[in-house]
Design a protein around this ligand. Sequence first.
Ligand SMILES: Cc1cc2nc3c(=O)[nH]c(=O)nc-3n(C[C@H](O)[C@H](O)[C@H](O)COP(=O)(O)OP(=O)(O)OC[C@H]3O[C@@H](n4cnc5c(N)ncnc54)[C@H](O)[C@@H]3O)c2cc1C
Length: 399
Amino acid sequence: MSKSLSVQQYDVIVVGMGPAGASAAYALSLHGLSVLAFDKQTHPRYKVCGGGLSARIAKILPSDFFSIVEKTVRRVQFTYGPQHSFIIESPEPIAYMVMRQHFDHWLVDKARQAGTVIHENESVVEIRDVEDGVEVFTKLKCYRSHIVIGADGVMSVVAQQSFPGRSLRKIPALESEVLGDWVHPFQENPTALISLQAAQKGYGWIFPKRQGLSLGVGEFVKGAKRPKQSFRDFMSHEPMLAGMKIPVPLGYQIPIAAAQDYRKAWAGSLVRGKSMLVGDAGHLVDPLLGEGIYYAVRSGQLAAKSIAAMLSNPASCRLSDYEMMVDNEFGSEFRVAGRLGTIIYGLPRSVHRWAGQRFPGSYQRVLRRYCEVLQGTETYQSLWAKILQRLHWPFVQKM
Ligand SMILES: Cc1cc2nc3c(=O)[nH]c(=O)nc-3n(C[C@H](O)[C@H](O)[C@H](O)COP(=O)(O)OP(=O)(O)OC[C@H]3O[C@@H](n4cnc5c(N)ncnc54)[C@H](O)[C@@H]3O)c2cc1C
């Protein structure tokens, strides 16, 4: 389409208003930029997701975030079958539980209140780089901006069109919600359960919510058995779910960050031309746990920061600074998380049963430190260094 006066120009167009897009749009609008955002659905909308947020997310969200928290988890049960169970408790929150329709809607409202123009129920179908910006086509119209942010999730149209040939790993996951008028012990004393036995090369989870439980399985390593079978086995063998009628789960993919893809540099993987990728569209998901919401919010904020810097100071700032920011904050963390995932999901029985039985004290300490990673007082890198130190491996410094 040729440039015409009827095409309205914005500083930034955001495609997708999940946590990544809504956070980016909110931050850009607070910077005083003109922002147009699209979502193919209308919020509040259901999203297949466990809705578990690591507690460190509270540091990067607006302070009224607690109004949409369903349960605050200070107790995590790690199990490999009923006989092999460890419970970690902390006086400080380890995780917050939300329902995604409420969490995402709350973030979208923040962006709207800050000045973002939001078109819901309008899918973006095509992106074209033009001389002084980008043309974004929906089924209805063409729009123009200086920059486009792809925040359109795992099946991102922006990634497919602006980053051709990009093929990164996605893992299958299943999720169901059990609602009822009963009160489950995990709701009474808010507890999250992580079962390494639930999936052959992944884990199963039970997360407490205000009106029930969210349950699911994810398979993190190649060659796992089909997740449907894992889900059925988990539901029928997990004692904490005994006697419950579990609705048929919904499936979706998780685009985990594969350590090897980012080993050298992130150059060109998140910024090309005038297009940037955030959240799931950029495969910014922790490869150990499949946690994506924290990284979606944070990458949206980092993208906004680099755009605001570039537009106000084009001589010394570039869009690709965003890739450096992401690498600095997440790169090494994802590399270590990927390594831990390969060990834990490659040999779950040995790791949990053997280490748990032979070295229960040390094993419990590692699990506690892992909860501290979720709380933001440890990092994967410091956790890994401590594990290697205990094993007396001298090449700790290289990690
Ligand atoms: C079963 C399962 C359980 C999970 N559990 C957790 C968990 O407990 N904790 C956690 O941290 N992470 C979890 N995740 C991962 C988490 O859901 C994602 O990482 C997170 O949603 C990423 O946010 P996002 O904003 O990048 O993308 P999304 O949340 O997918 O949002 C993308 C948005 O873009 C819109 N969109 C898509 N295409 C277009 C288009 N062409 N035009 C306009 N709009 C479009 C969509 O409607 C959507 O609103 C889970 C994932 C799965 C599959």
